[in-house]
Design a protein around this ligand. Structure first.
Ligand SMILES: Nc1nc2c(ncn2[C@@H]2O[C@H](COP(=O)(O)OP(=O)(O)OP(=O)(O)O)[C@@H](O)[C@H]2O)c(=O)[nH]1
Ligand SMILES: [Mg+2]
Length: 302
């Protein structure tokens, strides 16, 4: 049989379920997921196999109207992911329908989608009645010429096999792009930082998740097969540091425990995780922070 391989970019508004679908397709958690918007900050590649096809899913940051440098860099990374893909899948939330944000993305697709296969995936179908879905599908297909429409629940898996099979036939013929057993294309230190950021985001309220970043500072292999991982959580204000630490350090302890457990499961070995919080009022304007995240600092220029 001829092999096939290609890139499938998942784009959509923040919270559409792009990372959930990436993980569902890969069959393992490679991209972090939270109930909050703007969780994913850079492009995350997850690799899945379907028959003779290797599908490289490109999970992207949500598309929204950017205000800060970081937002602009994230949105640029998302459109960049779409522009490089063999197939683009636009994800829409079934219960929210055609929002202003979705309209803006459809406008953007007129340009980026030109000469590319663009499919529609209406996600979170577990949250709506089927009548709503048919109307929404018609509405969206009237606005944009999608090659195919899928109704899915990325979380529950409904319709995902069907989408995967279709994608497997759409990517071009050619050799596989990654070794057969590789599921993600992100350095371990970044995956580790992302896991910690997820645990922090889940525990911190309101704006704080958007004002912090996590970096793996060092990774030291130990003779007993374990590893010592040191990470820094950058926050913008003294007050934020206090919140991240929590009363008697209980927040950071809980975050550290949850992150370590997930990292150990991912790696299948013991990890000693050390977290440190640093106040850095201007980190959002520092070039190095962006390269650590996998973003292009220049993309954030206004
Ligand atoms: N009910 C329901 N919830 C879902 C489904 N798919 C994803 N979610 C939830 O939607 C929320 C957002 O999911 P993510 O996968 O982080 O969304 P995203 O598009 O990657 O979001 P950003 O990274 O912020 O752009 C999470 O709470 C998910 O559990 C689904 O099929 N049904
Ligand atoms: Mg995401």
């Amino acid at each position: 049989m001829t092999k096939r391989a290609g890139f499938v970019a998942l784009i959509g508004e923040p919270n559409a379920g792009k990372s959930t679908l990436t993980n569902q397709m890969v069959g393992a958690k490679v991209s972090i997921v939270t109930h909050k918007v703007q969780t994913t900050r850079a492009r995350i590649r997850g690799v899945a196999l379907q028959g003779d096809s290797q599908l490289v899913f490109v999970d992207t940051p949500g598309l929204f109207r950017p205000r800060r440098r970081l937002d602009r860099a994230m949105v640029a990374a998302a459109w960049g992911g779409a522009a490089d893909a063999d197939v683009i899948v636009l994800m829409i939330e079934a219960h929210r329908g055609v929002t202003k944000g979705v309209e803006a993305i459809l406008d953007g697709l007129q340009e980026i989608g030109k000469g590319r296969k663009v499919a529609l995936a209406i996600n979170k179908i577990d949250r709506v009645k089927s009548e709503v879905l048919l109307a929404l599908s018609k509405n969206l297909n009237d606005r944009y010429d999608f090659v195919e429409t899928f109704m899915i629940s990325a979380e529950k898996g409904h319709g995902c096999e069907h989408l995967k099979t279709w994608l497997a036939g759409e990517v071009p013929e050619g050799p596989w792009l990654y070794p057969e057993d590789q599921i993600a294309d992100l350095p371990m230190r970044m995956i580790a930082a992302e896991i910690t950021r997820e645990k922090l985001t889940l525990r911190l309220h309101q704006e704080l998740p958007y004002q912090m970043t996590v970096e793996t500072e060092s990774w030291e292999e130990r003779k007993d097969g374990s590893a010592r991982v040191d990470q820094i959580i950058y926050v913008m204000r003294d007050g934020h540091k206090g919140i991240v630490l929590g009363n008697k350090g209980e927040t950071i302890k809980a975050v550290s425990k949850a992150a370590r457990e997930e990292l150990e499961e991912f790696m299948g070995r013991r990890i000693h995780l050390f977290l440190q919080v640093k106040v850095r009022p201007n980190w959002l304007e520092e070039k190095e922070r962006y390269s650590e995240m996998g973003l292009d600092f220049k993309d954030g220029n206004a």
